[in-house]
Design a protein around this ligand. Sequence first.
Ligand code: PLP
Length: 364
Amino acid sequence: MEFTENLSTSRKSAQERASVLANPGFGDFFTDHTAVVDWTSNEGGRDGQWHDARIEPYGPIAMDPAASVLHYGQEIFEGLKAYRHEDGSVWSFRPRANAARLNKSAQRLALPQLDEDVFVDSLKKLVATDVEWVPTGEGEALYLRPFMIATEAFLGVRAAREVSYRVIASPAGNYFGGELKPVAIWVSKDYARAGRGGTGSAKCGGNYAASLIAQLEAEEHGCKQVLFLDSFNDNAVEELGGMNVFFVTKDQKLITPALTGTILEGVTRSSVIQLAKDRGMEVEERKITLDEWRDGIGSGEITEAFACGTAAVITPIGVLKNGDELIGNESAPAGEVTMSIREELLGIQLGTVEDRHGWLERLA
Ligand SMILES: *Cc1c(COP(=O)(O)O)cnc(C)c1O
């Protein structure tokens, strides 16, 4: 599929761009262009055609007010980064895993499948067009946000017959701002992120919409993120609003909640599992409850906990606030295993550590 180009006549000046890149933050600024591919179904069925692949100027999307994404939330997204290497080249990390996950999410949300090569091409075209926006600073990257929305104007409830796939890009620094420090996490008691048979393992906006009230609660309690549990059963640990969770035991084992259908399978999660196995560490994907977490910290069986995802990479968890109860230590330093896996993963992404698994794909 060929992408046509309609380039912006009002690109940001070098000066404006430099001032954004001097302090990119996370998700506040966007590059000059966007990649788009539209889809229309054949005779109202599940099959259809992707068409009109194009690069166009970044800007508002003209959409009918009856577009079904605005009413029924038929939407999915992805998140990955473009990393600048020392020689100036730009690389993505396991983009085909994101393509596969987009299609898994699409399947669950009754959206069409997108060819993996079209997905990777859309990233390449956008990044090549806006390559000057890829930051060079330490810990910085160009965050890529592919997404798919139902654009058909129709208020009856059914899978939309017109869909748009788009990619936007945003220069990004540290997700939590400032220096890397262990974060405080709020345990949500009243709200679940996902349920059995629901959309927990799909990357869809609706999951995030359902998590925001708990996120507000977390912020009111001085926490950066929410931990969701299977709180209507046995308090099995699931994940944070947008990150998977890992534990390190005193005998150097890694534990992470098993994928049960209510947890999102992170690309970072599966990379961490692989890197740990490469080191000869034992990795357990299994149920771990809040009680086991609390007891494990108390007895010294669990020595470290961390959260991981593309945006925040690997972030040590300092303390867990469960109502008035504190689990862990607010001022404990980041764990050694946590930091060592973080360094290795970042090294691979930045091209300074050997890419043994062929995870990198060049974008520009
Ligand atoms: C995106 C996401 C993650 C992390 O996935 P990565 O591929 O590692 O970025 C974890 N949990 C949820 C709910 C997510 O949406």
